[in-house]
Every structure is written in C-alpha cells, then in structure tokens.
Design a protein around this ligand. Structure first.
Ligand SMILES: *Cc1c(COP(=O)(O)O)cnc(C)c1O
Length: 734
C-alpha cells in the first residue's frame, strides 16, 4: 500500500501555455511554490504587475501575457527548468524520509488532520489567524517530512474579513468574494471519475458538499464547499464565512466539516489510521465514525471505545470560557437527523443523549454542549500547545480527564515559510543549510548550531535588507490609508520620512483580544514620548492586527492605539498598519528589530509570531507566557515581569508596564545603539545569533511533528513503544 495519499481531480482552469512551459501549471497548482522563493520569483518574472497585485500564480498564468519574449530568454528558461526539476525531485523522494522508512507502512493508513482553518499564503484567504497558521505549517512540514497526512477543512468563499481603519480609528469589515477559478484548488473526483459530492443530513433536508483539493507538496488537503447549485439558496452560504457569528450557522458548518469531511475520506477510499482534531470544531467526525461502526453492527459502547482509540486532539484555549459551546437544544434539533442516521448509506443512529452527556463542559451544565470537552473525552491522546499551556489546561480540565493528562507539544513554525529571503540566502550560502529537510540533517549538518559563525557585517546587512522591505511596504500602506482619510498632500509627503530603517523598530501584531493588552505600552504616555523622541536614539513602533467583528472591546483597543498614533506627542513614531494577514505578518516578523508581546499570563496558549521573528534574528521582548516561558534562555531576548502574577489585574498591568519601560530604556535601546567604529552593533548581533540558534530547531514544526508522531500518532495507531524507540536509532543513523 502506498502510504502517501493520492487524490484525483479535474484539470484546472483552461488557460493556454506554450508546450515548453506546461510545467508552470503543475507549479501553480501545487502550493509548494509558497515556501520556495525561486518559484515565486519565476511567476513574478512572467508578469510583475499581476504578481504584485494578486501574489497568485494562477492569476499570472491567466492574464493575457505575451510568452514570446520569455520563449527567447535563455535565463528564464534555465530558471524555469531548474525550478520544475526541484519540484519533481521533491515529490519523487518521499520514501527517503525517516517516518516513511520507519513507520509509514506499519501505520496501515494516513493521518487525517481536521481543522476549521488553514493558512498557507495570503492569496488563499481561508484563515483568520494563529490556529490556521499552525495548521498550514503542519501540512507543509508533513509534506517536507513525507508524513502520510491528508488535511480536511472548509473552502470559505468569503473567508475572513478584510480590515480597514477609518479616520476615527473604527475597524471596518469587508468580506471578499473569491473566484475559485483563481484559487489553487481543483474539484475532487469520486471513484467513478465524477465530481464528488458528500451528503450531510440537516433538519428536513439533505445537503451536499462539493470537495476540492489543495495540494501542499506531497500532502492533499480536502476542502468542503456547500455553495453549488445542487443546494437550496439558503444552504449555499453555510461555508461562506469563517467563524460566522450565528450559532446555528456555525453548528451547520461544524457538521459539514466533521461529518462531511469523514464521508469525503470514505468516498475516496481513504482509511485513516489516526484522526487528528486540531481544536474542537471538527468534533462531529467522532459522532459520524461511531455511527458508521453502529451501522456495521458494532455494539454502541464498543463503537465509542473504538473511535476513541484512534483519535487525537489538540486543545488550544487556556480557559474554559474560550471554548466552542452550543446550546444542547440547538444540537438536538440541528444535529439530530445526522445522528439518527438520516439518508447516509447503512443508516444507524447514535442516541443524542449519549452524545450530549459526553459534551458536558467543565461546569457540567446539561444545557450546554462543549466541543472541547467532547473531544477531550473521546481522544486517545491530547496535547496542549506549550508546556505552560498544558499545565494550565490540565488544571482547567482535571475533573473531566479522570487521571489522564494533557501532554505538552509546543507549537512550531514552518521555517522556510517564515525566514526572509535575505536571511535564507545567508543560511544557504554561508552555512550550507537545506531548509526543505531540517530533520534529515545529521548532527554535523545542523546549520542552526553554526549560526554563531555568521559574520557581523553580512548578518547585519541581511537584517537591514529585510527592514528596508518592511519600511517600503509600510509607507505604501500608510499612504493609501491616510489618503483615504483625506489627509492633505503635504501630510502624505511626510510619510516618506517616517519609518526610517536606521531607527530601532519594534513590532506588535496579533489578534486584538483584550487579554493581549496591546495598549500596555501606553500606560505612561509621557515616559513613552521621551523614549521614542530621543534625538540620538529614537524608537518607533508598528502595530497591526484585527479584532473579531463581535469583539467590541478589542476594537476599542485598536481605536485607542490609532488615536495615539495621530496624537501630537507620538505622531511619526507609532504606526498602525491595516489588514493584518500573512503577508503583513511575514514582512513584520522579518523586518523589525524587536518583537513585543505582553499578554496577561497565562492566557496566551503558545503564540507563534514570536517564533517567526526569532528565526529571523528578531529579538523577543515578551511576557513569560506561552512558548516564551520555555523559549527564553536569558541571552536570546528579554522577559517582561516574572513567573509569579497577582490576581489584581490593575496592579499586574502596572507592574508589567513599568518593567517594559525599564527594559526598553536600560537594555534594548542602549544595546541597539551601541555601535563599533564600523557602525555595527556587535552586542546586538550576538543576541540575534543566539535567538536563531536557540529557536530554529526547537520551535520548528519539524520538531513538533516528531513529537506528534511519537507521542500521539503512533500510540493512536496501536504501534508499540518498542517500534518508536527503534525510530530514534534510524533517525540518528540517517
Ligand atoms: C503567525 C500569525 C498569527 C499567530 O501569531 P500569534 O503570535 O499567535 O498572535 C496570527 N495571524 C497571522 C496572520 C500570523 O501570520
């Protein structure tokens, strides 16, 4: 059996290519290009305008370009052939990787990975934030490591909102309307070669979901979509909007994801050995699988136990209030027909009250169905996303866990996605790094251990290059925003002097939830004004981030920071960029000097943006929460406050603010501006190297997937620990 999953699809958009360049179609429909800058550059070379506007290879290939000059450009042809050969080589060599050699055949089937959102690239807007980025990075690393994984999610036609900020600082929401012909998705075919639709029973009707494939290197991701003419007009929008507000609509989405996703796998003959629920939104996959077993005449109790053995769950929220919950009556009504078997083949029912009792939350309220609690009770293994988070989650859920524990598997980031091009070029040229194969490197080849050898001048130049890229981008975005607000031409001209890359630049970008305390920096505005306006050692701050459309307090924080950025005392030193997305995230985590994070401990489960910054040599200045509690070594960035907190929030906030100012004034600013005769900040560069060395491997999704494989996937597949031990030998030898 071939453990890597293959999924047949219809051909893509019918644009014509010169036969010599047919390989571009394969490149455009395998998002491998998203973490291979040479492939992205190829599309940019074909049509720079379309690329700059959409950052989307399919849009480039569809635009009416003249191929003639390229057909006569030996440089382009050579680069094209090289890149296509790289992709083919990448795809052909899966069997070389450790997991494949050691376990894939034993596994007996792939790992099905379910998530409500996936973030692969800014051109595919089916994500909102951290959860999606983690899922996207998980898929990319699974591909790099040739793990047999199939992803399952929803294809949101309108995605998550695009943010703009008006002249008064109010967040405005606009929902895009994606043209599927321009997304790198293809319709999945069933085993007869017809477009696949899967049924989902809802009250008084059966809807169907079309299934699309988004190919991530070696890993297919199946995306379900209810917006097709076979459904009633009122059912078509079910998969339109990510994290839709209406509870009933949200429940519909989660039925499509969990039950529809399971049926899509079945229809394709894919038999997962392990089912991974990344967050509880997909928990109805558990119900659907129990129903299947009951339909095959398994006793109900045994069916629950069987499903549990092969299921694993990743919990993401530190406090029970943050979990997905539905009124039990809503679940009875909306999920009732599905649980009763409905029209599915081999109809059989799972008693609703059995489902609801397993979904009682930590407060045991019988009127609520808690997706996290349900997943926890039905998982063979569960992990939290950092050490500290696992501890917090174990406390929160202790009563429900009945002696089992939530394991810590700390998040990571997909290094090739987040390392900037200038820094990557340095790693490859000076350290002989192979970013596609982090776990294939023997001890002697581990380039991150040799980062200490990067010469000062070259490291600083690569960093400045990434800073300049951010500065150019941020000026453009601010100009567009302030022009829309009606600022005068003279005011717009002034922006050209802002965001000087020579100035110490501090970035803060994340979702604006109130526990993240984005406005902590403004606790003492006079002190902040003195800091940022120091004539010899100026400082500037760039903020970005969205607040959920329903989160009014979060939106008020944006408004207050926007007002500060326009105030006479801080103007020109504080900036707020609109429409935070993966593109802005990439530019910011690469292009600032310091990454600020000051949540209220321990409410940040992990955080990953700080990891993205650190692998670029950008220094973290953060509360000891989430990943930084274990990532801080004392010499790779700074810790705000300590590990002991007081329940008096006001007092804690003030104490943290004072510590933040102290570190900025006494450590960050002096160290940054301490220059040698050649203008290089030697001590700062040393910190940058420490940051990279201590995080590139430890906070990579490669390391994370090793842990998922060993601690969750293999046990859930019933593979004995002895076999796990043998793998270590294989990796170390290889
Ligand atoms: C990485 C990322 C996040 C998550 O970062 P946090 O540190 O968890 O806030 C959110 N949104 C985008 C666009 C990202 O790239």
């Amino acid at each position: 059996m071939e453990p890597l999953v293959q999924v047949a699809t219809q051909p893509g958009a019918p644009f014509r290519l010169p036969p010599q360049f047919e390989g571009l179609r394969r490149l455009a429909y395998n998002v491998w290009w998203m973490w291979h800058p040479r492939a992205a550059l190829l599309f940019q070379r074909i049509d720079a305008n379309t690329w700059t506007r959409y950052r989307n290879p399919i849009a480039v290939l569809e635009s009416a370009i003249s191929w003639d000059p390229l057909l006569e450009d030996p440089g382009f042809i050579a680069e094209y052939e090289d890149v296509v050969a790289d992709l083919d080589h990448y795809l052909a060599n899966g069997a070389d990787h450790w997991f494949h050699r050691a376990h894939a055949r034993q596994l007996g089937g792939p790992i099905a990975y379910f998530c409500a959102e996936f973030a692969f690239h800014e051109s595919v807007g089916i994500y909102s934030g951290g959860l999606g980025v983690l899922a996207g990075d998980h898929m990319k690393s699974a591909s790099d490591m040739a793990l047999p994984v199939v992803g399952v999610g929803l294809l949101y036609r309108k995605g998550y909102f695009r943010q703009s900020i008006d002249a008064d600082g109010h967040q405005e929401h606009a929902y895009p309307d994606f043209d599927l012909a321009r997304l790198p998705v293809l319709r999945v075919l069933d085993r007869l070669g017809d477009p696949l639709f899967v049924p989902v029973e809802l009250p008084d009707r059966v809807i169907t979901a079309a299934v699309w494939r988004l190919q991530v290197g070696r890993v297919p991701v199946l995306l379900l979509d209810t917006d097709h003419p076979g459904n009633d007009e009122s059912d078509r929008p079910i998969t339109h909007i990510l994290y839709v507000r209406g509870r009933e609509m949200r429940l519909h989405q989660e039925l499509v994801l969990g039950a529809g996703g399971t049926r899509a796998l079945r229809a394709l003959g894919i038999a997962p050995a392990v089912w991974h629920l990344n967050e509880g939104h997909s928990a109805f996959l558990l119900v659907e699988r129990v129903r299947e077993h009951v339909a095959a005449r398994m006793p109900l109790e045994e069916a629950w136990a069987t499903v549990r053995r092969s299921s694993v769950f990743t919990i993401h929220t530190p406090v029970s209030a943050g979990n997905e919950r539905f009124d039990a009556d809503l679940v009875r009504r909306v999920a009732g027909p599905l649980c009763a078997g409905g029209a599915a083949p081999g109809s059989a029912s799972v008693p609703m009250e059995e489902i609801l009792v397993r979904g009682r939350g930590a407060d045991d309220d019988p009127a609520q169905f808690d997706m996290t609690a349900f997943s926890l009770r039905l998982a063979n293994g569960t992990n939290g996303v950092s050490r500290l988070h696992a501890q917090t989650a174990n406390d929160t859920w202790e009563r429900l866990l009945g002696g089992r524990t939530i394991k810590p598997i700390t998040n990571g980031v997909h290094t090739p996605t987040w390392v900037g091009r200038a820094m990557r070029e340095l790693f490859e040229r000076l350290l002989d790094a192979d970013l596609d194969d982090l776990d294939g490197q023997s001890d002697a080849e581990r380039f991150w251990d040799r980062v200490g050898r990067l010469p000062d001048a070259e490291l600083w130049e690569a960093h400045l290059h990434q800073k300049r890229e951010l500065s150019v981008f941020a000026r453009q975005r601010l100009t567009a925003q302030l022009a829309r607000h009606g600022e005068a031409p003279a005011a717009l001209t002034e922006i050209g002097q802002w965001l000087d890359p020579a100035t110490l630049t501090i970035g803060f970008a994340r979702r604006f939830a109130t526990y993240k305390r984005a406005a902590l920096l403004f606790s003492d505005v006079d002190r902040l004004a003195r800091l940022v306006h120091d004539a010899n050692r100026p400082v500037q701050f760039i903020f970005a981030g969205k607040a959920h459309p329903a989160d009014r307090p979060g939106q008020q924080v944006i408004q207050s920071i926007f007002a500060r950025s326009r105030s006479p005392e801080l103007r020109g030193r504080i900036f707020v960029l609109e429409d935070y997305d993966m593109r802005v995230a990439k530019l910011m985590v690469r292009g600032v000097d310091v990454w600020l994070n000051n949540p209220r401990r321990p409410l940040e489960a992990s955080g990953t943006s700080g990891m993205k910054a650190s692998v670029n040599g950008v220094l973290n200045l953060s509360v000891l929460d989430g990943w930084w509690d274990e990532g801080w070594t004392g010499d790779n960035g700074w810790a705000i406050g300590g590990r002991v907190t007081t329940p008096d929030e006001g007092a804690q906030d003030w104490a943290d603010a004072l510590d933040l100012y102290r570190i900025l004034e006494e450590e960050v600013v002096p160290r940054y501006y301490d220059r040698g005769a050649d203008g290089l900040p030697r001590a700062w560069l040393e910190l940058m190297r420490r940051a990279m060395t201590t995080t590139i491997w430890r906070f990579s999704t490669t390391r994370m997937l090793h842990e998922y494989a060993e601690q969750l996937y293999l046990p859930a597949a019933g593979i004995a620990p002895a076999a796990t031990a043998k793998r270590r030998v294989v990796t170390e030898a290889g």
